[in-house]
Every structure is written in structure tokens, then in C-alpha cells.
Design a protein around this ligand. Structure first.
Ligand SMILES: [Zn+2]
Length: 394
């Protein structure tokens, strides 16, 4: 069974408008004042209904005169959203408007390589199918925690994904699920998620800084992800913040990620636990044998001065890099996301103070710096948005 696609840019534009919810023909006419006559609009809508991409949805309230027929996306439209992380995978099925109908999550170890991880992914997709959430998928969006060649649909030398280099991930998922698929990195997907359903809904130009195991930045320009020439735009984790700094696993000196990010923070917390400067972290280390970024957050919330200082130091480094990005890009919004973002308000306050001090007033005068709204679901919503942008294009 093959799913239909729009036949021309007019139909694609109508589908993208309907992705935000049902509209009357009159509303659509108001929203598409770019040279589509009313009769042309009606013909394109009728064609979308014939193609089973859209369907009639009753009648709108009268605006005086004849009541305008409502149109919505086909009720059978389904997208699969696959968000592969370093230690867990999330799979969701959405409708055409990208409402999440079902969402399952499972621990994995990405270092096991593509075959066992994809086995789990396809099992989870199958589980959602057994629950009756779909019969046929219109597309699948996939995210991975590493650099991706967007044009080829393959990961490229991903540092934390041994065995995945140039693995034909987009093609494999497309064949297995019998639908179009698109692949991007996890940071871009989070940015798309916030753009579609989170804090960035009304914002066309913004940055999303993800501070997880590593650090990366999603760049949205004019409502679209900016990927650069080869897909590596926003890879800010290896920008240098101190030329006398520590050695980074990438081989360079003083990278942002070597200072701050889940692994760097955990290492700093462990040394504070061992040298006796932080009783909170020492107790944690004694109890569990390790300390994590989350333990730092808990210790900071309990007022542990060493934990608070670790977060402030990290926030200052992120702020330094971000101040440069803000001067360069002049975004309308900066979103801080990822596991380490749960360090919360101490982190946010430090980042804000550095950026507001270091960037020019014209750039920061109207610049909110906020925490992610969607957190754990940003990736799957972004994956659905990615594939729907592709399917609803011509
Ligand atoms: Zn590095």
C-alpha cells in the first residue's frame, strides 16, 4: 500500500496550514492570498480530499452569507517519530496534526551498534501498531545523538555511536516501515519540536542550546532549521573557551564540552566528592559509587556551595559562547534544553547574566533566554515535524 503525496506546491502549502488544525475554505482563502484564486483553491482542496490527504469536516460558523465548508487532514494520517538517544529510545505515533497518540520509551545502549538498537526500535513501532494506532504510516522521522549528513540520511563519524558511521539509517527505516523517512541530529529535532509545539511557537529565528552528555545548538532561521553546507551547523560543543583548558576527547584543548556537559560535570562532581569539599556529593558517591549531573542539581537545591559553584562555572562558559552567538546571529529567543538544563534556575541565571553583559544592547534588548517547555517529548514532536515537512512538500 502506497501513501499519496501532494502534487504541487499549492497543495503542499494547504496541507502545512491544515497541520495546525481544521480550517474553513474561507479561512484558507484568507491565508493563501499568494495568487491562488478561490476556484483554484477549491479545486486543490477537492483534489487533496480525493487523494485521501484531507477530508471534509462539517461547516464553519457563518460569517454572513453561505456557511463555509471545514477541511481537516485525513483522520488516517499517521507519522512515526523515532528519537534515538545515547541510553534510551523514544518511539511515538502521531496524527497528521502531530498530536502524539502513543509514546513508548525503553533503555538502550547506542554503543551496541545499529542492528540490536534498530531491532528494539522496530519492536516498539510494532507494539504501537498492535495497539491499533496505525495501519499505514505516511512517514517516519528519526533523530540520533550525533552528526548527520542530512542529504544522504546517514550518521557521519558520530563520536558516541561506534559502528554507526555512514550506516544507511534513513533507507533502512524507510524500507522496514514502508514509508518515506528523514534523519537529523537530536538537537535539530528538539528545536523543531519547540518550534511546533513549545516555547518557540511564535518565533521564526531562535537558537536551542542542548546541554546533555555533550553540547550542541539548533539554529532556526525563518522558521526552518539551518544545517550549513554539510549538516554540522551548530556543533558548538568543541568551540574553544580556554586555550589553557583541559584536553577534550576530540583531541583539542579547552572545548566547551570539556568544561560543561553531562560527562564533564559528573567528573568535576566526583573530584569534589573525593577531595572532601562537598559533603553532599561525598555522601552520594559513598551511597551509589558514582555521581551524576542530577546529583549536582540535588546537592545545589540543598544549598551545597560546591555544587552551586560547579553550575555557575559551567553556566558562565556556556554564556561566553552564547554571547558570541547572540552577537553573530541576533536571535529572537534562546532556549536551554537537555538533561543538564534541569540544573534549572542557577544555571539559567548565570547564562543570562553573562549573555546580557557581554552582548550588545541592540541584540539583547528583546531577548528572552528560557528553559525548554517540552523537555522529554521535544525530540519525538520534532521528529514528526521533520517528516511532515517532507511529506507535505512538493
Ligand atoms: Zn572537543
Amino acid at each position: 500500500m502506497k501513501t499519496n503525496r501532494p502534487e504541487n506546491p499549492h497543495q503542499a502549502a494547504l496541507l502545512r496550514l491544515l497541520r495546525d488544525g481544521p480550517r474553513s475554505r474561507a479561512q484558507l482563502n484568507d491565508l493563501t492570498s499568494d495568487g491562488m484564486s478561490r476556484s483554484k483553491l477549491n479545486a486543490e482542496l477537492d483534489r487533496l480530499i480525493e487523494l485521501d490527504l484531507a477530508e471534509p469536516d462539517g461547516f464553519a460558523e457563518s460569517r454572513g452569507g453561505r456557511r463555509s465548508g471545514l477541511v481537516r487532514l485525513s483522520a488516517t494520517t499517521r507519522f512515526a517519530a523515532i528519537d534515538i538517544g545515547a541510553t534510551s529510545v523514544d518511539v511515538a505515533v502521531t496524527d497528521g496534526e502531530l498530536n502524539v497518540l502513543g509514546h513508548v520509551s525503553e533503555p538502550i545502549d547506542i554503543r551496541n551498534g545499529p542492528a540490536p538498537v534498530l531491532d528494539r526500535v522496530f519492536d516498539l513501532v510494532g507494539k504501537l501498531r498492535e495497539q491499533g494506532l496505525y495501519r499505514q504510516l505516511n512517514g517516519a522521522g528519526i533523530g540520533v545523538p550525533g552528526p548527520v549528513s542530512f542529504a544522504e540520511g546517514v550518521p557521519v563519524v558520530p563520536p558516541i555511536m561506534p559502528g554507526w558511521n555512514r550506516y544507511p539509517l534513513r533507507e533502512t527505516v524507510s524500507q522496514e516501515l514502508a514509508c518515506p523517512a528523514m534523519l537529523d541530529n537530536d538537537v535539530n529535532l528538539m528545536a523543531l519540536g519547540e518550534l511546533h509545539a513549545g516555547v518557540a511557537r511564535q518565533v521564526d529565528d531562535f537558537l536551542l542550546v542542548k546541554i546533555g552528555t555533550g553540547v550542541g545548538c539548533g539554529i532556526v532561521v525563518d522558521g526552518r532549521i539551518y544545517r550549513g553546507v554539510s549538516g554540522s551547523a551548530g556543533d558548538i560543543g568543541h568551540m574553544m573557551v580556554d586555550e589553557d583548558g583541559p584536553l577534550c576527547p576530540c583531541g583539542n584543548i579547552g572545548c566547551l564540552e570539556a568544561y560543561f556537559g553531562g560527562s564533564a560535570l559528573a567528573a568535576q562532581a566526583e573530584s569534589a566528592a573525593r577531595n572532601g569539599t562537598s559533603p553532599h556529593l561525598a555522601a552520594r558517591l559513598a551511597a551509589t559509587g558514582s555521581v551524576t549531573a542530577e546529583d549536582v542539581a540535588i546537592a545545589a537545591a540543598q544549598g551545597d556551595p560546591v555544587a552551586i559553584q560547579l553550575i555557575r562555572d559551567g553556566g558562565r562558559r556556556v554564556g561566553q559562547v552564547l554571547a558570541g552567538l547572540v552577537s553573530f546571529f541576533n536571535p529572537g529567543l534562546v532556549i536551554i534544553a537537555g538533561g543538564v538544563a534541569r540544573l534549572g534556575h542557577i544555571l539559567l541565571a548565570e547564562i543570562r547574566s553573562v549573555v546580557y553583559r557581554r552582548s550588545l544592547p541592540l541584540a539583547t534588548g528583546n531577548l528572552p533566554i528560557v528553559l525548554s517547555e517540552l523537555e522529554d517529548v521535544a525530540g519525538v514532536v520534532g521528529a514528526a515535524r521533520l517528516i511532515s515537512d517532507h511529506v507535505y512538500s512538493a
